[in-house]
Design a protein. Structure first.
Length: 249
């Protein structure tokens, strides 16, 4: 006959009861988790780099207008303008380009990337050779740059009308500057300076519109179409695997 009060028998029974209680509690918690409603987590995406890009672009256009219209006529002034293009405009445009790539907006990143290196190149050439007014090499570079802006302007028209207008006017200005560098008449240089002033105004309007758009969530300020308009209205992509990610800026 077994004594129920024997410690050797009571200890295994206590361990077994403790294990059963723990297992029952764990299964109950799993059932509660399955029955609980799903929680949606939304992460805030990167900030829109376009306002930063437009405002730095506007500053650069002031310098180009000053050179083209003769407001900056001395070698010292022209050299200083070139240094500012490379030291001020270029780094800001580079930051905007990097964040455009991180947000995976390919058209915006392509446009900003071209402008970024163009500001650096023009700035260095202007700073190193302030007395040289024309250069066939620079003219060929500006001509190639103009051709690259044309498809970008066409592509932007399907998503952001105002951005497309800025790119189109920029292509015209760049083409005039290229013509002057390649031996065109003097009026082409003046016309490119006037074009830079027009781009200054357009860039200010576009940058301000994008800031207001980001605050109000309105897609009409820069003429958004298609996916670009849907991105603002939705605020994020529809993919459950990437919450908070906007497909287009």
């Amino acid at each position: 006959m077994t004594d129920r009060g024997d410690p050797a028998t009571a200890m295994p029974d206590a361990v077994a009861r403790h294990y059963v209680a723990w297992l029952t509690s764990s299964l109950r918690e799993l059932d509660e988790q399955r029955e609980a409603p799903a929680r949606q987590v939304t992460l805030r995406p990167y900030g829109n780099p376009l306002p930063l890009g437009f405002f730095s672009f506007a500053v650069g256009m002031v310098l180009l207008a000053g050179i083209g219209l003769g407001w900056l006529s001395t070698a010292a002034d022209v050299r200083t303008a070139g240094i500012l293009m490379a030291a001020f405009v270029f780094p800001i445009e580079l930051i905007a380009t990097v964040f455009a790539l991180l947000t995976r907006d390919t058209p915006t990143a392509a446009a900003l990337g071209l402008y970024t290196t163009m500001w650096l190149g023009l700035g260095l050439v202007t700073a190193l050779n302030p007395e040289v007014q024309t250069s066939r090499t620079v003219g060929m570079l500006l001509g190639a740059f103009t051709m690259m802006l044309i498809p970008l302007a066409i592509a932007a028209a399907f998503g952001k009308v105002l951005v497309s207008v800025v790119l189109a006017v920029s292509a015209i200005r760049s083409g005039l500057a290229a013509a002057y560098q390649l031996g065109g008449p003097h009026w082409t240089d003046r016309a490119s300076g006037i074009g830079a002033l027009v781009l200054l105004g357009l860039a200010l309007i576009a940058g301000t519109a994008l800031l207001v758009e980001d605050l109000r969530g309105s897609a009409a300020l820069i003429g958004r179409r298609g996916q670009a308009a849907a991105a603002v209205r939705a605020g994020s992509s529809e993919s459950p695997d990437e919450p908070g990610v906007r497909e287009l800026l």
